[in-house]
Write a protein that binds this ligand. Structure first.
Ligand code: URA
Length: 205
């Protein structure tokens, strides 16, 4: 009999005790991915933020609201997508009452990649969307520049397609309303490539 791939439930339970890098020490909990076992699309972010760390769910804070809006506009139902992060513990430095987000290092991204790989084996999606440089590094297994690679489909192993785009928090960091609107439209355009790919693979199935 062919070996069965682990369920997301099993993986989530295993990842709860992950000690593969030191980030678990200060974080509240592992924030594993969330979504249907048989999702057609996997969305990958960087790492949980303050709100996600407390809630134990990915993309529930300000970047998550931005993502929800853009997904809806591109015609992707978030409830049908599996949403996860390259790094599954919140990395921060305390600043008074605030926990200030810190970018994960390459060793931390590499240590956590095993969970992304297992999520992919378990779900077997048609398409992965890498949002931001950390996600792209995890999805492609090497540093992958966003601007050079966004706006088109890229082949991954196993017949899976990938789309690279910016992280939704990049949109929140834009200096003015005009730049925010422009970058938001580019983000939605990248997500529309993903939406169109999903429609095509659903028709082919
Ligand atoms: N940013 C991320 O990359 N992931 C989250 O879950 C929240 C914010």
């Amino acid at each position: 009999m062919a070996p069965t791939s682990p369920s997301l439930k099993m993986l989530r339970e295993q990842a709860a005790g992950c000690r593969a890098c030191p980030l678990w020490k200060n974080a509240t909990q592992t924030v594993f991915g969330e979504g249907p076992q048989h999702a057609q699309i996997v969305l990958v972010g960087e790492q949980p933020g303050d709100k996600e760390d407390l809630a134990g769910k990915p993309f529930v804070g300000p970047a998550g609201l931005m993502l929800d809006r853009a997904l809806a506009e591109a015609g992707i139902d978030r409830k049908k997508a599996y949403v996860t992060n390259a790094v599954k513990h919140f990395k921060f430095v305390p600043r008074g009452k605030i926990r200030l987000h810190q970018k994960p290092t390459t060793p931390e991204i590499k240590a956590c990649r095993q969970w992304y790989e297992r999520e992919l084996i378990s779900i077997k999606p048609d398409l992965v969307v890498a949002m931001g440089a950390t996600a792209a590094q995890s999805v492609f297994g090497k540093m992958t520049p966003i601007n050079k690679n966004r706006g088109r489909l890229i082949d991954l192993a196993g017949g899976i397609k990938a789309v690279v785009t910016v992280h939704p928090s990049y949109l929140l960091r834009q200096p003015d309303a005009e730049a925010r609107a422009r970058e938001y439209e580019r983000f939605v355009a990248d997500l529309r490539i993903a939406a169109e790919t999903l429609r095509k693979s659903a028709r082919a199935a």
